[in-house]
Ligand binder design. Structure first.
Ligand SMILES: [Zn+2]
Length: 355
């Protein structure tokens, strides 16, 4: 657009003034009269300052875009993933709320990108909403309600369980419980080429155990064979053994064949986030992405029983999608499992190094 500033007249100025007035800026008694006078300029400067823009009182592309985005109130329009990405203060509000609730949607930047869609569907799944990735009034209502319920507890720094304290600062002597998800009659997800999640989980858990033991760690496996084991029995057994770190192994699945990448999870609910778990989950997913070239699907706070029930530092690792045509097939490969185990080990080492 052609920059609009002091002395300009016309419909575009009316549009700018109307938006400023809607945002509560004072335009003088003349109001939206289509003349870019001192009041309008003053209002634009104030707006630019508030939005951390270059404050020159002139409306160019950046300021105009911000003016448009500032006008979007949460719930006034449907938000979803499209190209070009939707932008606005409603998106910003959505990101901030999801972030506070422990759903990792990347930078809180007001842009509805693919990462945000993942976070939205996760939120919808967790709260029993229709899982369509579309954010309308229902989703916003729930986001607002969840805020009211926990105004006082949110974002308050509560000490982590055991302050994220681990009794050791090296792998040697570290007690690690490794839980391979599913087993026995419980297959878990079914992947490409007849892959069963329970088998891939166990394969990786055994490889990780072998590697950790060669490094001098003490490892407890919740299951070392293809057997069924109730969830709470696993966590109870792990607690009884008193590990320093609990690693739960699963693999991701999606109905769409395109989903791929590594993700990790740490304990969080509406009022609490395990800071230590969050850090460890971050180091592990970074290592998986860096060392194996996996798409980085980041770390996510979850209220999963396998994370909530275990007393020490707990993370859940999903190194990849068994539903992905290429990634899925490599996951059962012993060499891949060895590299994934290395990455998980490096993630734990990074955590210990920064205690
Ligand atoms: Zn699973």
């Amino acid at each position: 657009m052609r920059p609009v500033g002091r002395g300009d007249i016309g419909k575009q100025v009316v549009d700018i003034q109307t938006r400023l007035a809607a945002l509560g800026y004072f335009l003088g008694r003349e109001g939206a009269d289509g003349f870019f006078g001192p009041h309008t300029e003053h209002a634009i400067r104030a707006f630019q300052q508030q939005r951390l823009l270059f404050s020159d009182g002139v409306v160019e592309d950046n300021t105009w875009t911000e003016l448009v985005e500032a006008g979007y109130k949460p719930g006034e329009r449907l938000l979803y993933l499209r190209v070009p990405y939707m932008r606005g203060d409603d998106v910003l509000y959505l990101q901030r709320r999801l972030d506070e609730l422990g759903f990792d949607c990347g930078p809180v930047d007001g842009i509805f990108s693919p990462g945000l869609e993942v976070a939205v569907t996760e939120f919808q799944r967790n709260t029993g909403l229709n899982v369509d990735g579309i954010v309308g009034e229902t989703t916003f209502d729930l986001l607002r309600r969840l805020r009211k319920d926990s105004t006082h507890e949110y974002m308050v720094s509560i000490p982590d369980r055991m302050n994220g304290y681990v009794g050791r600062c090296e792998i040697k002597g570290l007690r690690v419980s490794v839980d391979a998800g599913h087993g026995g009659v419980e297959n878990g997800a079914l992947g490409v080429g007849g892959l069963k999640e329970k088998d891939v989980n166990l394969g990786l858990a055994l490889e990780l155990t072998r590697l950790l033991e060669t490094q001098g760690a003490l490892v407890y496996l919740t299951r070392d064979a293809d057997v069924s084991l109730p969830l709470y029995q696993r966590t109870e057994a792990a607690n009884a053994w008193a590990p320093d770190v609990h690693v739960c192994i699963h693999h991701n699945w999606s109905a769409g064949s395109k989903a791929e990448g590594a993700a990790t999870y740490f304990f969080a609910n509406s009022t609490y986030t395990s800071a230590g778990g969050r850090r460890l989950a971050g180091y592990i997913v970074n290592a998986l992405s860096r060392e194996l070239g996996r798409v980085d699907l980041r770390k996510h706070g979850r209220n999963y029983a396998c994370l909530r029930e275990v007393k020490p530092l707990a993370v859940m690792v999903e190194p990849g999608f068994i539903s992905h045509p290429e990634e899925g097939l490599t996951l059962a490969d012993p060499e891949t499992m060895a590299r994934e185990s290395q990455a998980i080990l490096h993630g734990i080492e990074a955590y210990l190094a920064r205690l």
